[in-house]
Design a protein around this ligand. Structure first.
Ligand SMILES: [Zn+2]
Length: 232
């Protein structure tokens, strides 16, 4: 049975190794200091994207710029199966939220804000094993003490990546009726903060807002981990 306990040790070691998922060097936290610093270098100058609201009454908050080390970290999370990277970054977003004067006025204005992550379709969830937006949102809520409801919004259509669509018409069609609201989970959650990992054209977010609105749920702000460099 020697080989069996040897095997058990190998499994145990590989489960509990404290190596940074990005550079594989030993780390005392999820990310090593070096990778953490490189990611933080892509923090956006302002959390509130003042010139790029989703709608006049829906502000967009983005923690970072989708580029460099942050872009690589998001890819490693999604495609190399390292959801813990999102846990580490979510804490940064939560801390930034708590420090922002804009978010404080928002939480004062709407007393019952619920955080709702953009859901993945079951097919994608099965392939990836986790929804990175949900991991971000849950950890963000641990830090900010806001309630999280990952079940409120459902992805009912397995959409293509918007990049794979060829025309404007196809892009619109692709996202049309992509979401549904699970009414049994509604209760009194009428004011929500939508949460996603990457903001690109905003089309997915807008479709989710429309779906929620049809169930009398108002999106009061959108928080994302990263947005692309906006054209000036
Ligand atoms: Zn590292």
């Amino acid at each position: 049975m020697q080989w069996l306990s040897g095997l058990a040790n190998i499994v145990k070691d590989s489960l509990w190794q404290a190596n940074c998922p990005l550079c594989k060097r030993p780390a005392d936290r999820i990310l090593c200091k070096d990778c953490d610093r490189q990611i933080t270098a892509y923090q956006a100058p302002e959390f509130l994207q003042k010139d790029h609201p989703i709608a006049p009454d829906i502000p967009l908050y983005s923690w970072g710029i989708y580029d460099g080390a942050l872009k690589r970290a998001i890819a490693a999370c999604k495609y190399e199966n390292h959801p813990e990277i999102m846990e580490a970054i979510a804490v940064k977003i939560g801390d930034t939220w708590k420090r922002s004067p804009h978010t404080q006025s928002l939480t004062k204005k709407y007393k019952k804000l619920t955080v709702v992550p953009i859901p993945l379709h079951d097919n994608k969830l099965k392939v990836r094993g986790f929804n990175q937006a949900e991991i971000l949102a849950r950890r963000f809520c641990d830090v900010t003490m806001l309630p999280c409801n990952p079940q409120l919004l459902q992805r009912v259509k397995d959409t293509k990546a918007q990049m794979q669509t060829k025309s404007k018409q196809e892009r619109k069609q692709n996202l049309s009726r992509a979401f549904a609201v699970l009414s049994t989970r509604l209760s009194d959650q009428r004011d929500v903060i939508l949460f996603d990992d990457i903001y690109t054209s905003g089309a997915t977010i807008r479709e989710a807002i429309t779906t929620l609105k049809a169930s009398s749920i108002n999106v009061r702000s959108v928080v994302v981990l990263a947005r692309p460099q906006f054209d000036r």
